[in-house]
Ligand binder design. Structure first.
Ligand SMILES: [Zn+2]
Length: 247
């Protein structure tokens, strides 16, 4: 059975990492923010999540983020996040590299998390670079920097912006060391993030894909598990625990 082979691959791996995308947070009630939701239907994220849009209309961009922040701050980790945190605490999973900005991996208890696209739970000053964690959306938008009074923005990566250098180099380091990667809930279309599974593959590693359907990464996957991230990962975790108990 496919899942048994996947479990065997996980248990026998030397250096397992996970690479996650929006699909991992769907069961937490976080939409992909592709602009199909009521209020913001008229806009495409490509039009809102850019430095240019922010310069032109910081209030509009902040209203959009405040709405997204409301959703994220009310969301809870689902069984997919929890299974990954558990696999890490068991010593099997070395790190989670995520494209998500919702912070749910950390909230679920994952310790080693590389956030390639930043975090919506943090804001930063466009003037002096001051950063601060937040636990609720700013009451007044756009927020101003307490140090230099410049505008502050969400500390996330926008379209056309480079990835944070230290996060990207950490991700590359983990990808180069990995002999197995769990690719969960990502369509693999956003670069450079999507290079991660290719790097593992090129080093002779095993690629396990968990997704509801085929993606751009399916052709390089050694195992393709179809289903919702939370359901599949919960099942995998249970089987891993059974296997470890019986051996
Ligand atoms: Zn500042």
């Amino acid at each position: 059975m496919l899942l048994d082979d996947v479990v065997e691959a996980i248990v026998s791996s030397r250096f397992l990492i996970a690479f996650t995308g929006a699909g991992v947070s769907v069961e937490s009630g976080i939409p992909s923010f592709r602009g199909r939701n009521g209020l913001w239907r008229r806009f495409k994220p490509e039009e809102l999540a850019t430095p240019k849009a922010f310069r032109r209309n910081p209030l509009l961009i902040w209203e959009w983020y405040r709405w997204r922040m409301e959703i994220v701050f009310n969301a809870k980790p689902n069984p997919a996040h929890k299974a990954l945190a558990r696999l890490e605490s068991m010593g099997l999973l070395k790190c989670v590299i995520t494209q998500n900005v919702d912070g749910l991996h950390r909230l679920a208890g994952s310790k080693c998390v590389v956030e390639l696209h930043g975090s919506i739970r943090r804001i930063r000053c466009i003037g002096c670079g001051y950063r601060v964690e937040i636990d609720s959306p700013p009451r007044e938008v756009p927020p101003k920097c307490p140090l230099c009074s410049s505008l502050m923005r969400p500390d996330v990566v926008w379209f056309g912006e480079p990835l944070p250098e230290d996060e990207w180099s950490r991700a590359l380091d983990y990808a180069c060391r990995a002999d197995t990667v769990l690719v969960i809930g990502t369509s693999g279309v956003v670069y450079p993030a999507a290079y991660i599974p290719y790097i593992v593959k090129e080093h002779g590693g095993v690629v396990i894909e968990v997704n509801i359907g085929d993606t751009m990464l399916t052709p390089i996957a050694d195992y393709r598990v179809r289903g919702r991230a939370g359901e599949v990962m919960d099942e995998i975790l249970k089987k891993v625990m059974e296997k470890l108990k019986s051996s």
